[in-house]
Ligand binder design. Structure first.
Ligand SMILES: Nc1nc2c(ncn2[C@@H]2O[C@H](COP(=O)(O)OP(=O)(O)OP(=O)(O)O)[C@@H](O)[C@H]2O)c(=O)[nH]1
Ligand SMILES: [Zn+2]
Length: 213
């Protein structure tokens, strides 16, 4: 179960994004209006002069950016339509789409996480339009995230869409909350993985890992 399936019901699990029961009561425009006021208060509290022509539009810019861009994946209406095709070619090997660039944000500090996703699956009856893999990665990225949950959400969505357990997802990302503050480590990166179905077998996993090396 995930937020796409339960509509406006509250549901917590480590795999789903924790949402309030009233998450879908406000329209995007109403959310933008509210966030704009709150962000203006944050800027004023920091001592910034909102009469400055470079700063005056910032509360609205940030509000629009949150709702329409970087957190647009919180709204199930923005879930991409996915085109599937019959697997007429009887392609039975793994398909790997690697180096899918994604930009997300850390839910602990609200600063960027960015990196590459490598996705593979072994087709069953259906094959997926390639760009829809990118779009699925992007949709779940555009939420406040932890990398572990993002990995699992992408994998579970593909398992469901493609009607196969044979799915692998690896994310390799830099966290700005680690790099540009706190421990200020600009060298470390974080790798997470989800292997299911055939990808749990050592030889299949190894083949996939050899392609993304
Ligand atoms: N497991 C996991 N941790 C993350 C992720 N993104 C950020 N974090 C960590 O979340 C933790 C939050 O810890 P806190 O101690 O509450 O935050 P903090 O005081 O700002 O900690 P520092 O970052 O160590 O300064 C930090 O250790 C972050 O590095 C992620 O995707 N997965
Ligand atoms: Zn963080």
């Amino acid at each position: 179960m995930n937020i796409e399936e339960i509509g406006n019901q509250h549901f917590y699990s480590s795999k789903t994004t924790p949402m309030r029961t009233d998450a879908f009561e406000l329209s995007d425009e109403e959310k933008i209006e509210k966030i704009k006021k709150h962000f203006q208060a944050i800027m004023e509290t920091l001592g910034l002069d909102l009469n400055d022509d470079s700063l005056s539009g910032t509360p609205e810019r940030v509000a629009k950016m949150y709702v329409k861009e970087i957190f647009s994946g919180l709204n199930p209406e923005n879930k991409p339509d996915v085109t599937l095709f019959e697997n007429k070619f009887e392609y039975k090997e793994m398909l790997v789409e690697k180096n899918i660039i994604f930009h997300s944000n850390c839910e602990h500090h609200f600063v960027p996480i960015y990196g590459k996703a490598h996705v593979a699956y072994i087709p069953n009856e259906k094959v997926i339009g390639l760009s829809k893999i990118n779009r699925t990665v992007q949709y779940f990225s555009k939420r406040p995230q932890v990398q572990e949950r993002l990995t699992v959400q992408i994998a579970e969505e593909l398992i469901q869409m493609l009607d196969t357990q044979d799915v692998a997802v690896v994310l390799d990302a830099d966290h700005m909350c680690v790099a540009s503050r706190g421990v200020n480590d600009t060298h470390s990166s974080t790798v997470t993985a989800h292997f299911s179905g055939a990808f749990k077998h050592e030889s299949v996993k190894k083949e996939f890992l050899s392609y993304i090396k």
